[in-house]
Write a protein that binds this ligand. Sequence first.
Ligand code: NAP
Ligand code: F7E
Length: 329
Amino acid sequence: MTKRALITGVTGQDGMYLARLLLSKGYTVFGLVRGQNNPKIQALHDWAPEVRVITGDLQDQSSLLRALGQAQPDEVYNLGAISFVAYSWENAHLTSQVTGMGVLNLLEAIRLHAGTDIGKVRFYQASSSEMFGRVQEVPQRETTLLWPRSPYGVAKAFGHHMTINYRESYGMHASSGILFNHESPLRGPEFVTRKISSAVARIALGLQDQLVLGNLDAQRDWGFAGDYVDAMWRMVQQDTADDYVVSTNETHSVREYLEIAFEHVGITDWQRHVTQDARFLRPAEVDLLMGDATKARTTLGWEPTVGFADLVRMMVTADLSEHGLVGAR
Ligand code: NAP
Ligand code: F7E
């Protein structure tokens, strides 16, 4: 029997990679898309034409119930969120509604949809290393105390605990992946990796001279999005639902990312192209993230396949060749 999956956030970076992964495994894939004329539908269609689009919004529970009725999914992947941390301070209430309450809306819709057969729909929640915030240990693992530092992190912590609560209260097969930063040529241009790869490509092509950034000393555990959606799928296939850290177990600074990106286009004196501006600093920074994915490696048999330097080069190469156009990604 062909499995059926519903992905929220299907127009985002991870949604696009996950849709392709599930299609390659023979799934029938439904994607929840918000808005009445969302321009990203075309990019999704170009990327994965077989995805069946259903309109709906994480803030609108009746739309979620309708989507579940239409898709009749065996698996639901909740990737929809307001995901840009900097934006979450300026729009804290909205972020809480979508990224936090949206999880509850969807869990409750699944519970109502499934009725007495709660096991018929498996659920994946896109939790985040941002929940560790002011980290209480290094590296961070599933048991590390959460100390979120942004409205986004707080909202994700709510969704994370609500997912665990639905598992424990109702026996729902609900898993939470605590994913550390993962990137790709599909990454939104507002995130630092893509902001840099895009600017470096433009500087190399003589289209731009300066790149303005915030904190260059922040350290992140950066992996490749294509690897991370595979971990999501593996979690959902387990007999028992659980929570897993997904990371590379390495940490690198924004400065290191810059060095490799510029080096890739033959620029060694990159400092003359980079300036810092306080407008890109955050009210509360997450200084250092580094995950311990031992549980995912041992239980799920999951391994990252793309290292940090190769990831940086992949993103710069993609921006060089296609200049932000979807076709060459
Ligand atoms: P992304 O590119 O920002 O995609 C977010 C998706 O959520 C988009 O499809 C967006 O739709 C959708 N969305 C926004 N508001 C919505 C609403 N009200 N109702 C329904 N959908 C809505 O994020 P991503 O990088 O793919 O990340 C996927 C998920 O993993 C997110 O939940 C993110 O918070 C989480 N996460 C990401 C990382 C990472 O490093 N990438 C790490 C840990 C956790 P539009 O296209 O219409 O805007
Ligand atoms: O920032 C620093 C910034 O916006 C990374 C999301 O996917 O991963 C992502 O959140 C670091 C921060 O990602 C600029 O201060 C310096 O320390 O690329 P980012 P993020 O905040 O780590 C987590 C795991 C998620 O869950 C989120 O959804 O880079 N930084 N200068 C800058 N960041 C940005 N965006 N722009 C700058 O100019």
